[in-house]
Ligand binder design. Structure first.
Ligand code: AMP
Ligand code: ZN
Length: 115
């Protein structure tokens, strides 16, 4: 837990979050500034600044985040139409909260390449 980290504070209950799912490894909350009809964040409970800090010990954790994201896409009803999972790593890629998280966006057509 990092006192200065927004997602650590949401996980600790110090800051409100619109939670959809919680388990022993991660939480899922709705993004406060959604970029699609459904935009959720899958956030590991353990503080890790970004994917750059992940080691081989975190492989199960990273796989869990993806599988939970897929389950949420299914629960939200857009698994068939398609959805996008994104991890922004570093400010140059658009990361603004430096606690690793997976974005899951769905509910609208998406173009490629992303901006
Ligand atoms: P990133 O830019 O990849 O680091 O993603 C951070 C995301 O966190 C952005 O999409 C923000 O809209 C979102 N965000 C920021 N503050 C909150 C909050 N209090 N609750 C939920 N989502 C948030
Ligand atoms: Zn954190």
């Amino acid at each position: 837990m990092s006192e200065s980290c927004l997602f650590c504070r949401i996980i600790a209950g110090d800051v409100p979050g619109d939670m959809l799912h919680q388990d022993e490894v991660c939480v899922v909350l709705r993004d406060i500034n959604p970029q699609a009809p459904s935009h959720v964040l899958v956030v590991p409970r353990e503080h890790m600044e970004s994917l750059n800090e992940a080691s081989h010990r975190d492989e199960a954790l990273l796989g869990h985040l993806l599988r939970v994201g897929a389950r949420i896409a299914n629960d939200e009803g857009y698994a068939e139409d398609g959805y996008r999972t994104i991890i922004n790593t570093g400010a140059g890629a658009g990361q603004s909260v430096f606690h690793l998280h997976l974005h899951v966006l769905g509910g609208r057509p998406m173009s490629w390449p992303p901006g």
